[in-house]
Design a protein around this ligand. Structure first.
Ligand code: VGL
Ligand code: ZN
Length: 219
């Protein structure tokens, strides 16, 4: 039986692209790479950061500056600019991202009192998105992850995925990070490697013959 794989396209939203509220440098440069590879996977999931107004991760709630770290209920929380507010233009998936091959869109961060970086489990480490059951149900064994931001949503998704028993590859040139606090990118790359998360560029992955090339598209 074929080993099923999937691609998780993380948070390709206007607020994480240049000009957006929580702009990630070069965030939009990931889009052509993602479009080039997305039809090669058996299943494709896109995620969407989706916060109510006044979400607990917003610095504006506390009269603090964005990107400061604050302890909230015994947990370190990076305070972010208001971003990806449900239904706002900044929360939309970027129009250049090809949604054709996308099977499922997972939204996270809906709870006003819990932040959510991972596509699997919210930051309380208890509340699940349900994505693991979808992937287990389909027999997916190998998860490829790309998108924004490398050191937050991509990193936490990759760490949860490996802990759940999946093989995990981060497609590093199809990701961009925020590096908050400074040095965070280096730290998370080291941690992912230690956990045996593979880190590869998209051309290497394309040459690895994973290609289901579903529906004959995307050559
Ligand atoms: C993210 C910060 C806040 C991300 C989401 O998608 O990596 N980062 N919310
Ligand atoms: Zn967020």
């Amino acid at each position: 039986m074929k080993m099923m794989n999937c691609l998780i396209i993380t948070d390709i939203q206007y607020d994480f692209c240049p000009g957006g509220a929580l702009a990630v440098a070069g965030g939009d440069q990931t889009i052509p790479i993602i479009n080039k590879i997305s039809s090669k996977f058996d299943k494709v999931i896109a995620t969407q950061d989706w916060h109510p107004p006044g979400h607990m991760s917003f610095a504006s709630n506390y009269g603090r500056h964005p990107y400061e770290v604050m302890t909230i209920v015994n947990q370190e929380q990076v305070l972010w600019p208001d971003h990806c507010v449900q239904g706002s233009p900044g929360a939309r998936l970027h129009k250049n991202l090809n949604l054709g091959p996308v099977d499922l869109i997972i939204r996270k961060g809906n709870d006003p009192n819990i932040d959510s970086y991972s596509s699997f489990v919210e930051n309380d480490k208890v509340t699940k998105t349900g994505l693991q059951y979808y992937l287990w149900g389909l027999g997916v064994k190998h998860i490829y992850i790309c998108g924004l931001a490398t050191d937050y949503c991509v990193y936490f998704s990759a760490m949860d995925a490996i802990a759940l028993g999946f093989k995990v590859t981060v497609i590093i040139d199809a990701c961009r990070g925020v590096d908050v606090p400074s040095g965070n990118m280096k730290k998370v790359i080291g941690e992912m490697r230690r956990e045996h998360i593979m880190i590869e560029t998209h051309d290497v992955i394309l040459s690895q013959n994973l290609t289901s090339d579903r529906f004959g598209r995307g050559k």
